[in-house]
Write a protein that binds this ligand. Sequence first.
Ligand SMILES: C[S@@+](CC[C@H](N)C(=O)[O-])C[C@H]1O[C@@H](n2cnc3c(N)ncnc32)[C@H](O)[C@@H]1O
Length: 264
Amino acid sequence: MASSSFTEGEVYQESFNSRLYLETYYSSPLGCPEEGNYLGFLLTNLFNAFSSGSVKGQKLIDIGTGPCLHQLLVACEWFEEIIVSDYTDRNRLEIEKWIRNDPDCFDWSAIGKFICEIEGNRVSWTEKQEKLRQRIKRVLKCDVTSSNPLHPVCVEPADCLMTSLCLEAASKDQETYYNAVKNISTLLKPGGSLIMNVMLNQTFFRVGDRKFSYLAFSKEFLTKVLNENDYIIQKLEILHGPDRATNTHSDYESIVFLVAQKQI
Ligand SMILES: C[S@@+](CC[C@H](N)C(=O)[O-])C[C@H]1O[C@@H](n2cnc3c(N)ncnc32)[C@H](O)[C@@H]1O
């Protein structure tokens, strides 16, 4: 059943505070302290997935990027062509500002340097920034509830599709979620990799005093949706979240990092 307090895309468009979201959740590698070590967990798993050699190719599409670059600061070492996408204009503008290196763009250096360390300092933070700026080829409007999420733009399917905390924010119920997975899968080549970062059993998150809905479900539901959409799950890692009683930012129970292959 649809939640009565579902946050529609238009609410994001009108009142999602991109800068406050970044300051709250992405100011440091520790993320938001009340939320536990989700960033360290995510970035380490992402690096391990790419360096294992099982996720490879030339082109990567990130779905529902928000104003965020942390995942792409890892991916840029492995993919030459990166497309980022989000529903909300302000989020895409924040990313465009960073690409242009505008004086007031968000400072990703703390997280960027942490990623360089995870990678064994093979590249410097300066080199990494430059690489990502060159490798992001397009910043596109996206709606995961649409059968072509990047409408009106049509792109060739990618070798890797990545999405973090987006489909659950964009889906009012389980059927919408199932369809969102189906919709974004049109952007992935058969045999390609889907990388997902998903909170389990979460109903909301906050940006300042504004509350946004999040579709709550179990690991079993998530794996069922992926299997029914012709994915084979290759890796699934779980980190348990902090005590819900002390976390005022969201109510997630645990976080999943997964890699799945779209069947050929
Ligand atoms: C919780 S944020 C996640 C941002 C980022 N990926 C991260 O990991 O922090 C949810 C994002 O979903 C986007 N969103 C909401 N509805 C959407 C829709 N229908 N299609 C695509 N993106 C949507 C919002 O604009 C927002 O950037």
